[in-house]
Design a protein around this ligand. Structure first.
Ligand SMILES: [Fe+2]
Length: 187
């Protein structure tokens, strides 16, 4: 499985700039999580993160939220890319598919997805709008403010603890991962 091909698919199917950036952010966090949890699968985890939202500009998920996920699998099969492990993680990251999270990568993707948006929302509050201005403490503080980035699924982010990673450590890792690609993210 080649990352170049995954990037090609991203360019082909993603139209919105924010989903494009979000895909790269999730890739970066997934790579860092793999370093800790499945170090022989860093590229695979990264590619899965990169492609997890591939269908959002294609399927009408606002009408039926359960279509988000299956739409990506359809694209990936048509493009002859990915494997069952990847498909399962992508399906399970959207609760509306009713596919249970079973494997380590399933659970990692479920937590990595919302934290990138949450960190972005926090960064945008700072005058310089930079990820490097965000501290672990600002994330844990914002977690308790229910009205801040209300759409960000706190329970999903916290579920990283099921994989034996403490939440502050997950914040630190995610901040570093996003800071590594800050130019690309424009943050
Ligand atoms: Fe996502």
């Amino acid at each position: 499985m080649k990352r170049e091909k995954a990037v090609e698919l991203l360019n082909k199917y993603i139209k919105s700039d924010h989903i494009f950036k979000h895909s790269y952010a999730v890739e970066s966090v997934m790579r860092s999580l793999a370093e800790k949890l499945e170090p022989d699968k860093i590229d695979f985890w990264g590619i899965t993160g990169l492609l997890h939202d591939l269908d959002v500009d294609t399927v009408d998920w606002k009408k039926d939220p359960g279509l988000h996920g299956p739409g990506t699998i359809e694209i990936l099969k048509k493009e002859n890319f990915g494997n069952e492990e990847m498909y399962h993680a992508i399906l399970a990251h959207n609760e509306d598919t009713k596919v249970p999270r079973e494997t380590v990568i399933d659970k990692a993707l479920y937590a990595a997805d919302p934290i990138t948006g949450f960190i972005t929302a926090i960064a945008l509050v700072y005058p310089d709008k930079k990820v490097k201005s965000v501290k672990v403490k600002s994330i844990t503080k914002r977690m308790k403010e229910k009205r801040f980035a209300a759409g960000a699924n706190r329970e999903a982010m916290k579920s990283i603890e099921d994989l034996g990673i403490e939440f502050p450590e997950f914040c630190e890792l995610s901040l570093k991962a996003m800071n590594n690609i800050s130019d690309l993210l424009g943050l």
